[in-house]
Design a binder for this molecule. Structure first.
Ligand SMILES: [Zn+2]
Length: 224
């Protein structure tokens, strides 16, 4: 899954509005960010396969450290622990933030489970699962976009933007929809490393754009 993961970011922002949305954007893709780095390092493996799945060009045949249930739990607990230890917030809010970030991290596996086809191991590289929505291009696109829009509706119930910022924000959502379209029907990556680089760039870029939008909103609030 790609932009559908951001629905969890938007929903969790409603759970605690003081959490920066850009950090939640990174949290829901944290497992894929580590995956991209592990692919570069040769620790996890994939190959380009343009024929098996309608909505994904990748055969993800070895990813025990990031996309196994055990791996996803490990990263969620690691993020929980780091938030508790390093957060500048004090008191119960620190634990709440740690909980929210770890839910965001683990949600990645849950949503991937809907789209991946029997390539998500329970642990190590065995007992692989996945419902396989990637077999349908239009099905994948619809589920991703419905999730994204549902997340945005929840988000707008919790957060008020200045009118100008709302416009920029909605353009950004449109950009996410284009990215989703491109991931299914657009240019196919020639190598696994290029696919991983492209995804990593998308994850960092989208989080950076959200950071800029949130900054613009803060400036607007301060100037009123
Ligand atoms: Zn993933």
């Amino acid at each position: 899954m790609f932009v559908g993961h951001y629905s969890v970011s938007f929903a969790l922002k409603k759970a605690e509005v003081s959490i920066p949305l850009w950090k939640l954007f990174l949290a829901v893709q944290f497992i894929d960010i580590i995956w991209a780095i592990f692919v570069f390092l040769g620790l996890e493996k994939a190959e380009i396969d343009l024929h098996s799945l309608a909505a994904s060009p990748l055969n993800l045949y070895y990813m025990p450290f990031t996309h196994s249930v055990l791996g996803a739990l490990f990263w969620a607990i690691a993020v929980f622990t780091c938030t508790v230890v390093f957060s500048e917030s004090k008191g119960p809010i620190r634990w709440k933030m740690a909980m929210i970030y770890s839910i965001a991290v683990f949600s990645h596996w849950v949503l991937d489970f809907i789209v991946h086809l029997n390539d998500l191991p329970l642990w190590a590289n065995s007992y692989k699962a996945g419902i396989g929505l990637y077999q349908s291009a239009i099905g994948t696109f619809l589920v991703e976009i419905i999730l994204l829009i549902a997340g945005v509706i929840i988000y707008f119930r919790a957060v008020r933007h200045h009118q100008k910022v709302t416009k920029i924000f909605l353009f950004f959502i449109l950009f996410l929809i284009v990215l989703c379209w491109n991931s299914i029907w657009g240019i196919k990556p020639p190598t696994t490393n290029i696919a991983a680089s492209f995804l990593l760039t998308c994850y960092l870029l989208t989080a950076f754009i959200i950071y800029l939008i949130e900054k613009k909103q803060r400036l607007r609030e301060n100037s009123v």
